[in-house]
Design a protein around this ligand. Structure first.
Ligand SMILES: N[C@@H](CCC(=O)N[C@@H](CS)C(=O)NCC(=O)O)C(=O)O
Length: 225
């Protein structure tokens, strides 16, 4: 009756949920989904039609939980541990959800657009889309730099769902669109994130797969060894 995370070791959204699971040593098994295989994808889509990874299966409650932000709230409520990932106060919970959305929509999404563009044949590439994604990232980097000027984590004093979203989004975005040297608070926040044991473990476990990342030539050596 163990939780099962349908996932892939290279996927940034899967990293977001792995970080949440490792924060509280929540027992689970990972099942690799190969979305590149049409049959595997069709079988997976039968579980949840978007066929996006990850998908959390909870046999104990006979429940499939899609969407990473919902998964982390679900884990927080049903499998609580030493590190609550949603703050207790109503206003701070709203803030945590807000910053979770900011990292997903304004860092993860444009980062994914840039990566997806690289995977396409030359004739289907979209330079304007890549420029727009880079502008969105520049806006988000500025916003996060200001936010992190006088705080350790994205919301309140404790590591939260917002930091679970931030870590993989900034990990991959920092490779495809490096942080400007002027954004010292953003850079320092990123270093704190990757030093967090749950994040370090997630990155470490993904290392054998980074050779398949479409921008592997830009990946810093410290993430490859
Ligand atoms: N909003 C979704 C996004 C999940 C998502 O975009 N997952 C990516 C992997 S990081 C995926 O499944 N991509 C494959 C595809 O779009 O076909 C969530 O938070 O769970």
């Amino acid at each position: 009756m163990t939780l099962k995370l349908h996932s892939h070791p290279l996927s940034s959204y899967c990293h977001k949920v792995l970080i949440a699971l490792y924060e509280n040593d929540t027992p689970f098994i990972a099942e690799i989904v190969n979305l590149g295989d049409a049959n595997a994808k069709a079988q997976f889509a039968a579980l949840w039609p978007t066929a996006k990874i990850p998908l959390l299966e909870d046999p104990a409650h006979n429940r499939m939980v899609p969407e990473t932000s919902v998964m982390i709230e679900y884990l927080d409520r049903n499998y609580p541990g030493r590190n609550p990932l949603l703050p207790a106060g109503v206003d701070s919970r709203l803030d945590a959800r807000l910053w979770d959305r900011v990292f997903d929509q304004y860092v993860m999404t444009p980062m994914q657009q840039i990566v997806a563009n690289r995977l396409r044949p030359d004739s289907e590439r979209d330079p304007r889309g890549v420029d727009e994604a880079k502008s969105t990232l520049a806006m988000a980097y500025e916003m996060i730099d200001r936010r992190m000027a006088n705080r350790t984590w994205a919301v309140g004093d404790a590591f939260s769902i917002a930091d679970c979203a931030a870590a993989p989004a900034l990990f991959y975005s920092s490779i495809v669109a490096p942080f400007p040297s002027t954004h010292a608070h953003l850079g320092a926040y990123f270093e704190r994130l990757i030093a967090r044991p749950s994040v370090a473990r997630t990155i470490n476990e993904a290392k054998p797969y980074f050779q398949y990342f479409p921008f592997k030539e830009l990946m810093p050596a410290r993430f490859l060894n």
